[in-house]
Design a protein. Sequence first.
Length: 115
Amino acid sequence: QVQLVESGGGLVQAGGSLRLSCAISGRTFGRTVMGWFRQAPGKEREYVAGIGLPARDTYYAESVKGRFTISRNNAQNTVFLQMNNLKPEDTAVYYCNTALRTWPWGQGTQVSVSS
């Protein structure tokens, strides 16, 4: 059974940075396109970044483009999200999954950005 474990969230001030990690167990993600999603209170889960293989194939939502960077380490079965210049509107629970959302969701990691 695939298990996704997100970590690295926290409380930061606007303009700060965080690096999220997603460890995948139960299978290797191989060439699967992986993504990061976020869900703010009262809103739908949003796809914010994706990465294929080769890793230069990336996607970013307009709201995070130029501030967030997604990366992957296939040897460690881990996906990362570097978040810079964070804004209060980035506050949400962040999740990873395949880009098509095909695996069971993990618990997510809370990111809170104060103004």
